[in-house]
Design a binder for this molecule. Structure first.
Ligand SMILES: Nc1ncnc2c1ncn2[C@@H]1O[C@H](COP(=O)(O)OP(=O)(O)OP(=O)(O)O)[C@@H](O)[C@H]1O
Ligand SMILES: [Zn+2]
Ligand SMILES: [Zn+2]
Length: 850
């Protein structure tokens, strides 16, 4: 009976402010007054349950840990419930992380406070809480950290109790305070005030409120805090589009509204029709339109795009679509392996359409949204207003509103980066990972170090919906799973219209040097640039591998960052002045006049970053217009789109860029791709170097020749016979993958084993080394390790031994399935053992070893 009573109150109250429910006076008074009343109602059977405590993640800035509260007897509370708790002098909301039977020893029973209220038990869709718990367990991360990552700040809102007048029905006799309060409320039309405000204004408000509520004169309700309430703004609704007495101008406005076929924002109408608010109000007075307040969702608004219709599929596309559409109710994973420009996106769009047609939502994940404005535009052109965009670049309000919208069952297309896989997504019917091989899907820090592909697989199983992994260059782990039949392989072996893949010419840079060409641009590349004939070119310069460093020609000293163990990178400012900058901590200094070691004046920059390439192009080809596309030129919001649009509009002939270029750019005018310094990728100290290099080079090459003109690719290297380079040249994925997998098997690298990387850092080099030693020794003694199922490698200083003044050590664990060996629990507890100065982060299935 109690729970039913609670439920009937609380289900009306949505913490996100969708509906404003009404609750009774007992709730208004907070738990303190509430509890004694409840106890009277509790049956003896409910008393028998032992004491219970809730660990609550409080939704309040400054609250850094989970707090423990007493659960009032008879209440049924579970993980994921939204509750109200006293917090300092405030009442705030929080999520129950877990229910504990025993009070943790660290909590003082004297200071223990009780939950005030269960606000909502159905905030999250079924399975969502289970998903968050699964992430916490698999990635050895406290649940609280997972919840923080998954929920945008302020989602639970700080509760605000408000009061409003009920329709008058004749006023019974009242106490003096009651009359006083009533008069106060009546001075404002609706009498709508926060309780806190009333308490500040009037004496003895609580008692007066109780009285008025008992007599049915006021009602109280819970509302989300104002800052988190959805924004409302004025909208124009068309009521009647024609009439005799209208002026020319008025007619124009009505026609505009009619053409739009929807309600329009007032500001939008003013702008589009060049009219004044007075004119609109006159139309409203005549009854042609209504001006109303509407909820405005702060979701990202894309630019206007021309609507687009599904294309007639090629036979290979049609086969892929057909197979997938037979599995729309299955948790089947597909690898859509299609060469660059084979029309994978069109397959996604048509599967999404089927999913929406069945009333379910589709999630389309992309590695980096800023880099793929074209893809977002294509999705918007097909699905218009049903598209939602979610990524970390959104404002807090946009994130909050979008997150909230995905709790609604309405079918939508959500396009987002890796964090979008953590959205609640009610009614999810399809997940797609575009460019599934991209390491942007993995979070390196902070914990949870989750991989969106792994989480997507769990969600696909939970929701019984398909997961499509699309790429021209699969991750080897995905490929292996497809070979073993766990993933259904679908191929698009040809480009659209059977266009050929652009031939790749390998240029041996040793020969170039031999022939006296000291330029970063080989002669074949220079010739190709001379013969562009109105077509465009892309030049790729890898950002990684310290593109430019400065060293002394006399003694060979390289100038390093004083805070990080990496060399400084030269940057140009204006024409000449060169500064040195650290790409890890942003430390900046002028290029010194003399070598700090030997005093020689001959300091020389080596290697070539994008800036040097642009300078070289300007020197050799003053007639070519050049754009630079890298993290320096794209920092501003919208800069990616702007640069790509400029390039697509033909405002430049050559675009010079870093790895950003590899991602899904579909520009038909690009006929030449030049790859400078491919080797720096190959030589990274990482077991995945070959795989990454193959992926990046193939993707960059794939930007060439996507239009009517055949394309070409020029690849410069000092190791022309390297197997990765020859495989890229031949577009020979299969044999590359086979060879690479067979070289990993004997070494026990993924996908043949699982890795866990422990990263430790501290400002004190001795502390961190000692802690790393101690942890490694502790791990050696664990059963899973001593019995030989897991191996502990290290500890060793990290490849970059110091970043931003913190010394870094690593321990690598290698073994079979972390989940089944009991190692996870041991790892989670390691943190407590670390001294304060040392940070420990646990990366399960790490991709980044630097
Ligand atoms: N069935 C089709 N008929 C005509 N044109 C198509 C068809 N499918 C796709 N296209 C066009 O072909 C081009 C390449 O397709 P798309 O970008 O989908 O390929 P992709 O495989 O996703 O490419 P990448 O992986 O290289 O980014 C696009 O301009 C697209 O509009
Ligand atoms: Zn020197
Ligand atoms: Zn630095």
């Amino acid at each position: 009976m109690l729970m039913a009573a609670l439920r009937s109150q609380s289900t009306q109250l949505h913490p996100l402010g969708f509906t404003k429910g009404v609750c009774n006076m007992q709730q208004l008074n907070g738990g303190r007054a509430f509890l004694p009343c409840l106890k009277a109602e509790v049956s003896s059977a409910e008393y028998d349950e032992g004491p219970a405590f809730a660990s609550v993640l409080v939704d309040c800035p400054g609250a850094t840990a989970a707090y423990t509260y007493q659960i009032p007897r008879g209440w049924r509370v579970q993980g994921g419930d939204v509750v109200e708790v006293p917090f300092g002098s405030q009442v705030v909301r929080g999520i129950v992380l877990e229910v504990l039977a025993v009070l943790p020893p660290s909590v003082d029973p004297q200071g223990l406070r009780s939950l005030l209220e269960v606000v909502d038990q159905q905030l999250f869709p079924k399975d969502y809480w289970a998903l968050l718990e699964q992430i916490a367990t698999y990635y050895c991360t406290p649940l609280i950290q997972v919840v923080r990552t998954a929920l945008p700040p302020g989602v639970l809102g700080r509760s605000q109790r408000r009061v409003r007048l009920r329709p008058p029905q004749g006023i019974p006799p009242l106490s003096e305070q009651g009359q006083h309060l009533l008069r106060f409320l009546q001075t404002k039309g609706s009498g709508d005030y926060s309780v806190r405000y009333l308490q500040q204004q009037l004496p003895k408000v609580q008692r007066a409120l109780k009285e008025l509520e008992r007599l049915g004169l006021v009602e109280t309700y819970l509302a989300a805090a104002a800052s988190q309430q959805p924004k409302r703004q004025q909208a124009v609704v068309l009521l009647n589009s024609e009439g005799k007495t209208l002026t020319q101008r008025q007619r124009q406005i009505l026609r505009y509204l009619q053409q739009q076929g929807r309600d329009c924002w007032l500001q939008e109408v003013l702008k589009a029709t060049g009219t004044t608010p007075q004119t609109l109000h006159r139309l409203a007075a005549k009854g042609y339109i209504a001006i109303v307040q509407q909820q405005h969702c702060r979701t990202e608004q894309g630019i206007a795009v021309t609507p687009d219709r599904p294309k007639t599929l090629t036979p290979a596309q049609a086969t892929a679509l057909h197979v997938i559409s037979k599995h729309l109710d299955c948790a089947q994973t597909f690898l859509l392996h299609g060469v660059t420009g084979s029309g994978k996106t069109e397959v996604y769009l048509q599967v999404i359409a089927q999913c929406l047609g069945r009333g379910r939502s589709a999630l389309l994940l992309v590695p980096e949204i800023g880099l793929t404005p074209q893809l977002t535009d294509r999705v918007r052109a097909r699905f218009g207003e049903r598209l939602l965009v979610y990524h970390s670049g959104l404002s807090e309000g946009e994130r909050y509103d979008t997150w909230r919208l995905t709790l609604m069952p309405e079918p939508r297309v959500i396009i987002g980066t890796r964090s979008a896989v953590l959205l609640p997504l009610v009614g999810l019917g399809l997940i797609i990972l575009d460019e599934e091989h991209d390491s942007g899907y993995k979070q390196d820090q902070p914990q949870p170090c989750y991989h969106a592909r792994t989480v997507a697989q769990w969600r696909s199983r939970q929701q019984q919906c398909p997961l499509i992994l699309g790429t021209a260059t699969p991750a080897l782990s995905t490929w292996q799973a497809a070979q073993e039949g766990q993933i259904h392989l679908l191929s698009l072996p040809q480009r659209i219209h059977a266009a050929p893949l652009p031939p790749i010419t390998i240029v041996d840079m040793r020969q170039e040097l031999h022939r006296g060409n000291r330029s970063m641009l080989s002669r074949p590349l220079q010739e190709a640039l001379e013969n562009l004939q109105g077509q465009q070119a892309i030049l790729f310069v890898p950002r990684r591998g310290h593109s430019t460093f400065v060293s002394c020609r006399s003694c060979g000293t390289v100038i390093y960052c004083p805070h990080c163990s990496v060399s400084l990178t030269g940057h140009l400012f204006g024409e000449e002045m060169e500064v040195l900058r650290c790409h890890y901590c942003n430390y900046t200094q002028r290029v010194p006049q003399r070598c700090p070691s030997c005093g020689s004046p001959y300091l020389k920059p080596f290697g070539g970053g994008t800036q040097r390439v642009v300078r070289e192009l300007n020197r050799l080809f003053p007639q070519l217009r050049v754009l630079r596309f890298d993290s320096d030129t794209t920092q501003r919001k919208g800069a990616h789109r702007q640069l790509l649009t400029q390039f697509a509009a033909g405002e430049a002939d050559v675009m010079v860029g870093t790895q950003m270029l590899t991602k899904g750019i579909d520009l038909p005018q690009v006929a030449l791709v030049g790859i400078l310094a491919a080797d720096s990728l190959l030589h990274l100290p990482d077991y995945q170097a070959a795989e990454r290099t193959f992926q990046i080079l193939t993707q960059v090459a794939g930007r060439s020749g996507r239009g009517a003109h055949p394309g070409q690719v020029i690849l410069q290297t000092y190791v022309p016979d390297h197997p990765v380079i020859t495989a890229v040249k031949a577009y020979d994925w299969d044999s590359f993958a086979t060879r690479e997998l067979s070289s990993r098997a004997p070494l026990g690298y993924p996908p043949y084993a699982q890795l866990v990387l422990l990263r430790l850092s501290s400002p004190d080099p001795e502390d961190v080394a000692a802690t790393a030693q101690a942890i490694a020794q502790h791990l050696q003694r664990l059963d899973a390790v001593s019995q030989g199922d897991w191996e502990v490698l290290g500890p060793a200083p990290a490849a970059i031994a110091k970043i931003a003044g913190r010394y870094r050590w690593q321990i690598l664990l290698k073994g079979q399935s972390l989940q089944t060996c009991g190692l996870s629990q041991a790892l989670i507890h390691l943190k407590a053992e670390c001294p304060r100065s040392t940070r420990l982060s646990i990366d399960v299935d790490p991709l980044n070893f630097l």
